[in-house]
Design a protein around this ligand. Structure first.
Ligand code: AN0
Ligand code: CP
Length: 321
């Protein structure tokens, strides 16, 4: 595997899930694969889970790891070509990428959407430059439009907790004070469509996700109706994707606190498991009672980030042999 951004990059999901089970049973099984290899993890944005779980995954595979926080200690990077660099940015990504690539064998990049220019975000301009100019395998650690390591961990978690062949999985928007990317819901929808689940997406009008990810999944604007009989509830905030309202791209266009997931909504589900990728704002996205309740999966879901990352890095290393 040379790049990891979309669900198609991992191939057959049943095979990937079988590998996840194998690695969970013995996470050092492929320790030899990373011998004398180095992973570089580059963060343009904050992270707790991705930072820790991807490093742990790399070490499971015997890799050396270098972590770079671009905004702490490195030169400020210009990302647009053709700019006269007379501002505060000392170095261009076009030099920085091949230099960084010369010290490693594979590269993970976290670079959030700017949420001002839809075309720039949805063309994955920054991740694309790493793919084009590094000459090394590149994987998304949440890039502008996708968070595949999260979606893979979510799928592993659903697989571990489902008690029917085809569970009903509801992706619900929930309120948040600041504008957030669409990467998490995009990838969740994309991976759930590829898996054998009954996916329902619910959000206020104006929050329609890009068809590239959501395809023809059922969209239900009435949150209570969407939750009826759900086996899994996956909550997430996202900003306006600009699909039906291009001028509002990246904006917060709804603050309706009745969308906060609480016992009222959970009561109409099939005793659903609650999921969220974290970090979560309590009593904005979900009430204390629900996130602390017996059906909450947020901690095992985060723990599975180590497993999804180990499978993905293993696949990349196998491609280097
Ligand atoms: C980010 C987001 O919503 O994309 C990261 C989630 C994994 N969340 C925040 O910035 C709060
Ligand atoms: N879920 C997730 O990716 O969390 P971090 O932003 O803390 O890495």
């Amino acid at each position: 595997m040379k790049t990891f951004l979309h669900v198609g990059d991992i191939g057959c999901l049943q095979t990937a899930l079988a590998e996840a089970r194998e690695i969970k049973a013995d996470r050092y099984k492929y320790e030899h694969l990373g011998h004398h290899r180095t992973a570089l993890l580059i963060f343009f944005n904050n992270s707790l889970r991705t930072r820790l779980s991807t490093q742990k995954a790399a070490r499971n595979l015997g890799l050396d790891v270098i972590v770079l926080d671009v905004n702490q200690g490195a030169w400020k990077l210009e990302t647009e070509r053709g700019v006269i660099m007379d501002g505060d940015k000392s170095e261009h990504l076009l030099e920085a990428i091949p230099v960084m690539a010369s010290y490693c064998d594979l590269i993970g990049v976290r670079t959030f959407a700017g949420l001002t220019d839809r075309e720039a975000d949805y063309s994955e301009r920054i991740l694309g430059q790493f793919i084009r100019y590094s000459g090394k395998p590149v994987f998304s650690m949440e890039s502008a439009t996708a968070h595949p390591l999260q979606a893979f961990a979510d799928l592993i978690t659903i697989e571990e907790h489902r008690d029917k062949k085809r569970p009903k999985v509801v992706l619900t928007w929930a309120p948040h004070p600041r504008a957030l990317p669409q990467a998490v819901p995009n990838s969740f929808a994309e991976w759930m469509r590829a898996a054998d689940v009954d996916l329902v997406v619910t959000h206020p009008e104006g929050y329609e996700l890009d068809p590239l990810f959501v395809g023809d999944a059922r969209v239900e604007y009435d949150q209570m109706r969407a939750f009826e009989g759900a086996d899994f509830v996956y909550a997430k905030n996202w900003s306006c994707p600009g699909v039906t309202r291009p001028a509002d791209y990246g904006q917060v266009i709804n603050r309706d606190m009745s969308w906060t997931v609480g016992s009222r909504q959970m009561a109409v589900t099939n005793d659903a498991h609650f999921m969220h990728c974290l970090p979560v704002r309590r009593n904005m996205i979900v009430t204390d009672d629900v996130i602390e309740g017996p059906r909450s999966l947020v901690i095992p879901e985060a723990a599975n980030r180590e497993i999804s990352a180990t499978v993905v890095l293993k696949r990349i290393l196998e491609g280097l042999q």
